[in-house]
Ligand binder design. Structure first.
Ligand code: NAD
Length: 480
């Protein structure tokens, strides 16, 4: 095997290992070759499961303090290498550097949250004498690690979303195998090195790059894998759930996140500025991208004017450049699909206010109004730099439009009317509601997950850990 500067391995038993069969990864913007990585075989995935299974007793034995210390150490290593790590994300995911740097900051925090939560994974005391005949007993619950976890991850947050699985798994004492997105395995390989350097035992963490279908199948069919934690598209998520049998499953899937701007908002410019960020951060390739905006008719024209003005200030360019706000999409297929969906919406009666043109391998940020609910850019997940702004008569019409979706991840409501805010918060069919914030907002310790086709289960470090642990009840009969 000929090793070159760009040859990368897979991560097994604490080290990067090189193989003959590889595939190439290209920079989505420049189309330059970035790396050649293992096109892992099902047998390699079996080896990773074997190694993880063997590491489980060692991980289980680590004290909570030891696990926490290792996670804090990893956070501090990443913090020290922030610029370099961000550049890797920018290249493999074509993410503008500003956004990559923010992802690294969040990753550091997510690991720190995992370290803190490692120490707090506690059960509770139970009064068994609350039941007839239960007297004379003390009872309590503990959380125990469940065993090998398979993490299948998407391309769009190759470091922080991986850490959202790896951090909680290791904090709770479970080994984990990462099957990264085909396009973005480099951040996961880096993470594995850092966590190993921080003290986690060999086999605690493996990275097996390559084809999702064949490698996913091995994870799904092996009984030693106790849980699949998946982030990605609803199509693959449904398939995984239908094949998981008795394994635990967490699914973090897509969305077409909605937001409402009420007439009680006086400073619509500021809201428009935040919404532009929410719509076009990382070229709209965020599961929480602000995609559907409903604005009260009384403030609609000033909102749209400000929105278009801020949108037109965004700079399109190479992802590694400091000034770039938007760049090429992850692949040409995405560019073609997004471009087609914009055309279809216009054919169905929508008006394009700005953008929507092909540029390099991307699309310039597109704003459309009067978009029918049946257009793909309304009812499906765009995952590109496209937003719709439709006028509504009142908050009830907005609520109905917002809930008219197969998805339900985050929703944002801008209003100064408290009872309206609370009513909408209760009636929106989403996992999270953000009052006076865009739906694109997420803090890493929040419980986070979707309803409808947006997912199943919750992440957010503390909540993910509970889904990666077995609750055991222990009762002591002190009168026996
Ligand atoms: P994708 O579903 O195409 O791929 C995700 C992962 O699944 C990849 O690692 C892929 O190799 C693997 N995979 C593909 N087929 C598989 C199979 N049959 N069995 C097992 N694994 C398989 O998603 P993507 O294009 O990488 O990411 C974009 C999607 O991810 C969007 O829908 C986005 O909304 C979603 N996403 C959701 C969240 C969230 O937290 N809810 C976060 C980020 C991204």
């Amino acid at each position: 095997m000929q090793l070159t500067e760009t040859t990368r391995g897979w991560f097994l038993n604490g080290e990067e290992t090189y193989v003959d069969k590889t595939y190439d990864i290209f920079h989505p913007h420049t189309e330059d070759k970035l790396a050649q990585v293992p096109d892992s075989t099902p047998d390699m995935m079996k080896q990773a499961i074997e190694a993880a299974h063997a590491a489980f007793p060692k991980l289980k034995k680590l004290t909570k303090k030891e696990r926490a210390d290792m996670l804090f150490k990893a956070a501090s290593f990443i913090e020290q290498e922030k610029e370099e790590v961000a550049l890797t994300i920018s290249k493999e995911a074509c993410k503008p550097l500003k956004a990559s740097l923010a992802e690294v900051d969040r990753t550091v925090q997510t690991l720190q949250f995992a370290g803190e939560e490692a120490k707090r994974l506690d059960g509770e005391y139970l009064s068994l004498d609350a039941a007839a005949g239960g007297e004379g007993r003390d009872a309590y619950t503990i959380f125990q690690p469940i065993g090998v976890i398979g993490a299948i991850t998407p391309f769009n947050f190759p470091l922080n979303l991986t850490v959202h699985k790896v951090g909680p798994a290791l904090a709770a004492g479970n080994p984990i195998i990462i099957k990264p997105s085909e396009q973005t395995p480099l951040s996961a390989l880096y993470l594995a090195k850092v966590l190993t350097k921080s003290g986690f035992p060999k086999g605690a963490l493996s990275v097996v790059p390559g084809d999702g279908v064949s490698l996913g199948k091995v994870l799904l069919e092996d009984d030693r894998v106790k849980k699949i934690s998946f982030t990605g598209s609803p199509e693959v998520g449904k398939l995984i759930k239908s094949q998981a049998g008795l394994k635990r499953v967490t699914l973090e899937l897509g969305s077409n996140s909605p937001m409402y701007v009420d007439r009680s908002i006086t400073d619509v410019e500021t809201v428009a500025q935040k919404a532009v960020q929410g719509a076009f951060a990382y070229n709209g390739q965020v599961c929480l991208s602000t995609q559907r905006i409903y604005v009260h008719e009384e403030v609609a024209s000033s909102f749209k004017k400000a929105f278009v003005t801020f949108t037109e200030k965004l700079r399109f360019g190479a992802p590694e450049e400091q000034e770039t706000d938007v760049s090429s999409l992850i692949n040409k297929r995405s560019q073609e699909r997004v471009f087609k969906w914009i055309g279809e919406a216009v054919e169905q009666g929508a008006s394009l206010l700005t953008g929507g043109e092909k540029k390099d391998n991307g699309i310039t940020p597109a704003v459309l109004e009067r978009v029918p609910a049946t257009a793909s850019i309304s009812c499906a997940e765009v995952f590109g730099p496209v937003v719709l702004i439709n006028e509504v008569r009142d908050s009830q019409e907005a609520l109905e439009a917002m809930n008219d979706s197969h998805y339900g991840l985050n929703a944002g409501v801008f209003t100064n009317n408290l009872s309206q805010a609370m009513q909408m918060a209760h009636e929106l069919e989403t996992g999270q509601v953000l009052i006076n914030d865009v739906p694109t907002l997420r803090f890493d310790h929040m419980p986070y997950g979707g309803v409808k086709q947006s997912g199943y289960g919750r992440e957010g470090v503390k909540y993910a850990m509970r889904e990666m642990a077995e609750l055991k009840m222990i009762s002591i009969n002190y009168q026996s």
